[in-house]
Design a protein around this ligand. Structure first.
Ligand code: SF4
Length: 421
């Protein structure tokens, strides 16, 4: 990876690195900016604070508090503006120093001119127009699984085909619909044009919205076909060394297609249907189990039962897909706690999860726009504390009989509040 070392006129040391995905500028080792190759600011580390800029222009700051707990907050407009102003001043100084002192330890002129070009793009980048274009091309991207935050989202559908779950308001702002093949083709070309050279930073394709795999197979396959014509998807069996090479060679090379599914929609697809989707590049499917406890799922008005979801995971695994299973911690409070812990562990243990799979533990955060708070209050169900949710996570983990990684599924946290796209 080309690496340049400079000194700014005020004495601060600068390190610049560029690869096929991003440009990073580190100033005095305390401030690190990351840009995609279109020059679009992706985020920064400022001392111990990690700030991620969303494509809608908002910025989320995350840090560890005095008790080493994760903390986060959205920055207000004046803070966002201040960051952009300082970024432009810093990049201007860095470009000046780079022109004066730019030394490539491999004397690589191509990398050097590429580095300068991305920094110039960063200075000239029109963020206002970019945000407008983003809002025109996309409906709000409500959530992604944590390992897909850097995906290229393609919205084959809009909204959720159910919108019944009492704890969820992620897609209540839009009616469910499936795009026509023509609309989807236009969407893909608009997305590619929007990201420009920055598309290389997006490693995979996430087929959105909430449960894109609800699309009937005869309509879904042409969408998958369009994707595999436009993008160069890494073959499923490619070894890690080949994957990296593949991604480096072409900005449209992606690790595969990823999507959410709900238990009911998965019910409508058999093993052969999932195998077909895998052949077209589907790699991992994310399913919101939330709980294995049927009375709790019914109370939450989930569209599918735990038994449906276990069955769906078994079929998807047999089709060769990787799975992400999402467990909601604390939902249903103490009233449901015993059954939630016991039956969730039972459901997870009944899933043939292996080293390619992930179990996500998501602490429940009530959304005021969802009916949950009102319904829970009527039922006398209290809101879960962090300690209570942490205790549930431990209880479920200790009841798992699945092997630990690398042979068994990874167990990872999934905090919805960390999501930025
Ligand atoms: S939890 Fe999933 S299925 Fe339920 S309303 Fe939200 S997006 Fe739809």
């Amino acid at each position: 990876m080309p690496h340049y070392q400079l000194t700014l006129p005020d004495g601060r040391a600068v390190h610049i690195r560029i690869n096929h995905e991003a440009l990073t500028i580190s100033i005095a080792e305390l401030l690190v900016y990351t840009f995609d190759l279109a020059g679009r600011l992706y985020g920064l580390f400022d001392h111990d604070v990690n700030v991620r800029r969303g494509l809608d222009g908002r910025m989320l700051a995350r840090w560890r508090d005095a008790n080493h707990q994760r903390a986060r907050r959205w920055l207000d407009e004046s803070e966002t503006e201040a960051i952009m102003t300082r970024m432009r001043q810093d990049v201007t100084s860095v470009v000046g120093a780079f022109r004066m002192q730019g030394q490539d330890n491999r004397d690589n002129d191509v990398a050097k001119s590429m580095t300068l070009k991305v920094m110039q793009h960063a200075l000239a980048f029109d963020y206002e127009t970019d945000v407008q274009r983003f809002r025109h091309i996309y409906r709000p991207i409500s959530i992604l699984p944590p390992d897909q935050y850097q995906a290229l989202v393609l919205q084959a559908t809009e909204g959720c085909s159910f919108n019944t779950c009492t704890f969820c308001a992620l897609y209540r702002d839009r009616p469910f619909r499936i795009k026509t093949p023509e609309e989807f083709a236009t969407h893909i070309s608009e997305v590619i044009s929007f990201f420009g050279p920055g598309i290389s930073m997006r490693r995979s394709i996430f087929l959105a919205d909430a449960n894109a795999l609800v699309i009937p197979q005869r309509r879904l396959l042409p969408f998958m076909e369009q994707i595999s014509h436009v993008f160069h998807l890494v073959p499923a069996e490619a070894p890690p060394s080949m994957r990296y090479k593949w991604l480096r060679q072409n900005p449209l090379a992606k690790q595969g297609v990823f999507a959410f599914v709900d238990g009911l929609s998965a019910e409508r697809k058999d093993i052969e249907a999932f195998q077909e989707l895998r052949q077209f590049g589907l790699r991992r499917v994310y399913i919101g189990l939330e709980s294995g406890h049927e009375p709790l799922l019914a109370w939450l008005q989930k569209p599918s039962t735990a038994a449906d979801m276990v069955d769906a995971v078994q079929r998807m695994k047999r089709a060769g897909l990787n799975i992400g299973v999402i467990v909601l911690l604390g939902v249903g409070g103490r009233s449901f706690a015993e059954g939630h812990v016991r039956d969730t562990a039972t459901a997870l243990n009944a899933m043939p999860l292996d080293g390619g799979d992930i179990i996500y533990f998501s602490p429940f955060q009530p959304d005021p726009a969802a009916p949950y708070l009102r319904i829970a209050q009527q039922a006398g169900i209290e809101l879960p504390s962090s300690a209570f949710m942490e205790q549930q996570r431990h209880q479920i983990l200790s009841a798992l009989t699945l092997p630990p990684p690398p042979n068994g599924p990874k167990r990872v946290p999934y905090n919805l509040a960390d999501f930025v796209y």
